[in-house]
Ligand binder design. Structure first.
Ligand code: PLP
Ligand code: ZN
Length: 407
């Protein structure tokens, strides 16, 4: 019903092979025989979840699941008005079981690991992938090994990886170094690699597109905006929309719009310079640690997604990211981590530049939850006001605070 296929040389591999990239070095894609897939909108009634779409997922055994997906699509009218837009939605992936979209990939990827009879799972991570792998490894009863860039992982994510029992290795190097190491480790030890170079992970993540279309009444938005790190998610979501279009569920594929931080932006640079490949950055840096990546492994798929859909890519500064995080939190009550806020910052910038039309229907994907990175919050928010335990002190503080804020 499906096989793996190289996106460069089109060499095919059986779904029973443990393989992550083609012998030519190209990325692999899961390719289905769609004539075998009988699915109608009527089959897709009922509540949202990753496994609702299992007819379009490449596994046959019972899933390792914690009820991932089914995340809210919030209209954000106050924010939209502030940006001068008519219709903006936020797909809040922070509402997944471990607080990021990585769970969609891991429920499929870890289930696949069991199907392939793998005994240990492993990944490199900027944080959320390790949290998710630790959790799904625990759920599956399979040991997990995670490699993290030392000192650059948000505390909430580290806490998850530790508590759920992964073997956590802190690498003196950045994410790109950690990924290189874990790939070598997996080849050598026969561990199953669950970074987004693994095409099965992206199959799970394409359900973000399915849910958005489902939630909009089987319509695609005009544009989709999301942060880009290792560039797996933008590739996965593009594939999801394309499948829906091929199946006749929707009429258009949204313009895929990738946002990177100014200090880590190889995909944006390749799009702006019209280059066929990215030039890796040796020293990526940004407050948005989840997208602090200089050599995105899925760049070839992401560049194709952006170009084929008529989308674009743009950078935002750390200050713009932090401002957008505050705005989303205080104007709309949606708490996201810094990387996620880059989609909102990117929307504002692209509207200001006249690249996004104010009439477009836009969905911004917020990839992770605010509580992932509370250390950062304490760095950028005013401190609590400490006072004596008397009503006078409370009143004084409240009214002084209101006056200071001009209310
Ligand atoms: C993983 C992650 C990203 C980046 O996704 P890619 O697929 O690597 O491009 C963005 N935001 C958050 C919160 C993440 O965890
Ligand atoms: Zn190939």
């Amino acid at each position: 019903m499906y096989h793996l296929e190289c996106i460069e040389c089109h060499r095919k591999y059986s779904e029973t092979e443990v393989i992550y990239t083609c012998t030519c070095g190209g990325l692999l894609d899961v390719v289905y025989d769609y004539s075998d897939i009988q699915i109608t909108k009527k089959d897709l009634k009922g509540s949202l979840s990753v496994w609702k779409y299992r007819a379009l997922l490449p596994v046959s055994r019972k899933p390792i699941s914690l009820k991932e997906g089914g995340t809210p699509l919030y209209p954000v009218e106050r924010l939209a008005k502030d940006i001068d837009m008519k219709e903006v939605y936020v797909k809040h992936e922070g509402m997944n079981p471990t607080g990021s979209f990585k769970d969609r990939g891991m429920t499929v990827g870890v289930t696949k690991a069991l199907e392939l009879n793998m005994k240990t799972v492993a990944c490199a991570s900027t944080g959320n992938t390790s949290a998710s792998l630790a959790v799904y490894g625990a759920r599956a009863g399979v040991p997990a090994v995670v490699l993290l860039p030392s000192g650059k992982v948000a505390l909430g994510k580290l806490a998850q990886a530790l508590m759920h029992g992964a073997k956590v290795l802190s690498i003196r190097g950045n994410f790109d170094d950690a990924l290189k190491l874990v790939r070598a480790l997996c080849d050598r030890e026969g561990f199953y690699l669950l970074n987004s170079v693994n095409p099965y992970r992206l199959e799970g993540q394409k359900t973000i597109a399915f849910e958005i279309a489902d939630q909009l009444g089987w319509q695609a938005p005009d544009r989709l905006i999301l942060p880009v790190g290792n560039a797996g998610n933008i590739s996965a979501i593009y594939k999801g929309f394309r499948e829906l279009k091929d199946l006749g569920f929707i009429n258009n594929v949204p313009k895929m719009t990738g946002i990177q931080a100014e200090g880590a932006c190889p995909v944006v640079a390749a799009i702006k310079n019209n280059e066929s490949m990215i030039t890796p950055e040796a020293r990526p840096e940004t407050v948005a640690t989840a997208i602090r990546i200089g050599n995105p492994v899925n760049a070839a798929k992401a560049l194709a997604a952006i170009r084929e859909s008529g989308g674009t890519a743009e950078t935002v500064s750390d200050d713009e990211i932090i401002r957008a995080q505050h705005e989303l939190a205080s104007l709309e009550g949606i708490g996201v981590e810094p990387a996620s806020a880059s989609s909102i910052a990117g929307l504002r910038k692209l509207v200001d530049l006249g690249i996004i039309d104010t009439d477009e229907k836009v969905v911004c994907v917020t990839t992770g939850h605010l509580l992932k990175d509370s250390e950062h919050v304490l760095n950028v928010c005013p401190k609590p006001i400490e006072i004596d335990a008397t009503i006078e002190a409370v009143r004084k503080a409240v009214f002084y605070r209101l006056k200071a804020e001009g209310i």
